[in-house]
Each structure stands twice: as C-alpha cells, then as structure tokens.
Design a protein around this ligand. Structure first.
Ligand code: 4G3
Length: 244
C-alpha cells in the first residue's frame, strides 16, 4: 500500500513513521509512505495557506486553491480515496481500518484551525473520517492513528501470521486478561487453566473471559458480535447471576 499525507507539519510524522512496526512495514515493502508540505503549494508571496471565514467569527480556514493544487499534484491521474481527518467524519473502527487496508493507495489530508473550505470538501474529498468524538488542534495525530491501525493489518507486517485476528475488536469482542511470569505477583496467582496444558480448555476460558469483559464494559458491542449458541448461553448465565 502507498500512503500519501498532506500536512502543514511534515516533521510530526518522523518519529511515528520510524518506530519498529512502521519501519518493518516499510522495509518489507508492505507500506510506501510519503509526506507533503501543504505550504509548498501556496504560490503567493506570503505562502498563505489559510484565511479568515466569510461571515466573520474568527478561526482560520484552509484555502481551497492551495489544498486543491496539493491534492491534484499528489494524485496525478491515479484514483484513490482522498480522506480528510475531521471531527465531522464517520468513525474509524477496526472494521473501517480493515476495509482501508485493502486499498492500493490512500491520500490523507490533515486539516487545521476550523477546518477546510466547504467547496474543497465537496469537490476533492471522497471520505471524511474521525478517530473519535473529541477535537484536536490538527489532523496530523488523527492521520497517524489511522496509518497505525491500517499498517499493522497489511500482509506481512505483524510477525505471526494473522496475529491481528486475536486483537480486541477483531471479532467484535474485547480481549480478556493476559498473564506472564512470575507465577505469583504480590500474592496474586495465575488462573490454573492457563498452566494446565489443555489447549481446548484454555481456548474456552479465553472465549468466556472475552464475553464477560465485553458484557461488563461494552455491552453495546454484543449486538454486532459473531456469537454462537454456546456464547449466548454463557452470556445468559452471566446476566442471570448479575440480576438475581
Ligand atoms: C478538519 C480530526 C480538521 C476540521 C481532526 C478540525 C479531531 C479529529 C480539524 C476540523 C481534528 C478527529 C483538525 N480534530 N476526531 N482537528 O479525528 O473542524
């Protein structure tokens, strides 16, 4: 996959894009990353990238002519989703990240201030995505969150084959608890099933812990999770225990 990002702060991407997972993804040829400074597409003598809003009221809006020049220069004749990171976008979820990971190219646009000119949005943005219901100073952090969530799903990026299939959210459930050495930590042991060597029992315990945690913390997720008869019976049991 190739990812291009249009940004006013290109250097913000340097540390994140050279961490171990990103470095592996790029070294293995799974991810080709390019950043572009929006200011290089401002051609007036002050290199102005933003302007005050019509109608007044403060804040600054990214100029549509500058952003259009940047988007068109990077896209060339190729077709690809042009994604604006903004609080008004559809939510980035694990399944949205999975869908994006199947694209050959992505062009990410990092907005600032009060956002971008509406005509630019209508004419040149194909998709608007939000990483969550909060406002950030700029879209760069949101773009990096999206890149991370997508890059780790690219074939060959995570060491173990399909390791991400065990992630929280991968099957619509939260992950249960994990344990490692030592066997006794500050008086607390490890569930016996995990050291029993019974693989089927371990799998069943993990599934149940996952269901229990999802019911306790994110019951909303159970509506869309892929549940079998045994899962439903276990959840019914838990609910009965909780409201006797
Ligand atoms: C565009 C993304 C960009 C319009 C960006 C603000 C939060 C998110 C910006 C706008 C952002 C998010 C820059 N804040 N939740 N700020 O993904 O109103």
């Amino acid at each position: 996959m190739r990812i291009d990002v249009l940004t006013l702060f290109p250097s913000m991407f340097d540390t994140v894009m050279s961490t171990s997972m990103m470095w592996k993804a790029r070294e293995r040829g799974a991810l080709d990353f390019h950043r572009h400074d929006i200011r290089e597409y401002a051609i007036d003598k002050h290199r102005q990238v933003d302007d005050s809003p019509y109608g007044g009221g403060g804040g600054m809006i990214l100029k549509p002519d500058v952003l259009a020049r940047a988007i068109e220069a990077v896209k060339g004749k190729a077709a690809m989703p042009v994604i604006l990171l903004s609080p008004q976008g559809r939510r980035l979820t694990q399944s949205a990240a999975f869908e994006l990971s199947r694209e050959a190219r992505l062009l990410l646009v990092c907005g600032h201030y009060e956002g971008v000119d509406e005509r630019l949005r209508q004419l040149l943005i194909s998709d608007e995505i939000s990483i969550g219901d909060y406002v950030l100073t700029n879209g760069e952090l949101a773009a990096m969150v999206l890149i991370d969530a997508v890059a780790r799903l690219l074939p060959g990026v995570l060491g173990a084959e399909g390791a991400f299939l065990r992630d929280s959210h991968a099957d619509g459930l939260l992950e249960g608890p994990h344990y490692t050495r030592p066997p006794l930590f500050r008086g607390r042991g490890v569930p016996a099933v995990l050291t029993s060597g019974h693989h089927a029992e371990v799998a069943r315990w993990r599934r149940r812990q996952s269901l229990k945690r999802t019911l306790e913390r994110r019951p909303d997720m159970l509506e869309n999770a892929a549940l079998n008869e045994e899962d439903r019976a276990f959840l019914a049991e838990l609910s009965a225990e909780r409201k006797p």
